[in-house]
Design a protein around this ligand. Structure first.
Ligand code: SF4
Ligand code: SF4
Ligand code: FES
Length: 238
């Protein structure tokens, strides 16, 4: 069995992007991440000679859907390369592009540092006394792997904007579940500004999330705590 990978290449942040096609033999289990590694090792046949061969740059680490590094756009859908099998496509041609909401560094590698910088600005850590309740909701929220796929699909997220999308929401939901009274006002204000005021509640992010986070429940709980000050209710997990 064979498919064609059509890959967006870019040699540096300022150069023109172009597409290259490679033939890839595959079996039922081969993932896009493995196919890209095979390409880089020179195992795939290039279908045109317009550019000299060079390995394809992309982020990857765990190959188990746990680190979020291999986030990219595959056939127009934000996806994890290690969680996407070639056999899942009926089409013979599979298009692979970097995430579009972040600046490209090289090929499929992009700079997602703004996601983490935002979390630093929001100070999503406990200072002083902790409520030490709401552990189930906090556990659910911390399953977020910060892949950024929800940001790619979100119509309201753009990198320079105030709205931090679900990647920021998850971290704040975990914080809101656990902080003590002294930190609540600041955390509630941050949540209101960076999540509540920007989110249209379309839940497109829920369907794309590879961690299958219960985004609706996290939003409901966090809104109740931050907007309506129902801290106790927030912390009582049925
Ligand atoms: S909420 Fe889901 S899609 Fe968004 S960053 Fe976290 S794990 Fe990825
Ligand atoms: S619910 Fe809609 S607007 Fe809110 S973060 Fe998800 S995709 Fe974006
Ligand atoms: S390599 Fe870690 S999630 Fe894909």
């Amino acid at each position: 069995m064979e498919k064609t990978l059509r890959i967006r290449r870019q040699e540096n942040p300022f150069s023109e992007a172009y597409f290259e096609e490679y033939s890839v033999p595959y079996d039922d289990n081969m993932t896009i991440a493995v196919a890209l590694l095979n390409l880089s090792e020179g195992q795939l046949k290039k279908k045109d000679e317009a550019h000299p061969f060079r390995p394809v740059a992309f982020d990857h680490s765990c190959h188990q859907k746990r680190c979020g590094a291999c986030a990219m756009v595959i056939n127009d859908r934000p996806s994890l390369a290690c969680d996407t099998r070639l056999s899942s496509f009926s089409e013979d041609l599979i298009k692979i592009e970097p995430l579009k909401k972040f600046p490209v560094i090289l090929d499929l590698l992009c700079d997602r540092s703004s996601v983490f910088e935002r979390l630093k600005d929001l100070k999503v850590w406990i200072e002083g006394e902790s409520g030490l309740q709401g552990e189930e909701i906090s556990y659910e929220a911390t399953r977020c792997i910060k892949c950024g796929l929800c940001l790619e699909i979100c119509p309201n997220f753009y990198r320079e904007g105030r709205f931090g999308g679900m990647a920021a929401m998850a971290e704040q939901a975990a914080l809101l579940a656990k902080i003590g009274p002294a930190q609540r006002k600041k955390a509630a204000d941050n949540y209101k500004r960076s999540v509540y005021e920007g989110c249209g509640k379309s839940l497109a992010c829920r369907d794309i999330c590879p961690a299958k986070l219960d985004i609706e429940e996290l939003l409901v709980r966090s809104n109740a705590a931050a907007l309506w000050k129902r801290w106790l209710k927030f912390q009582e997990i049925e």
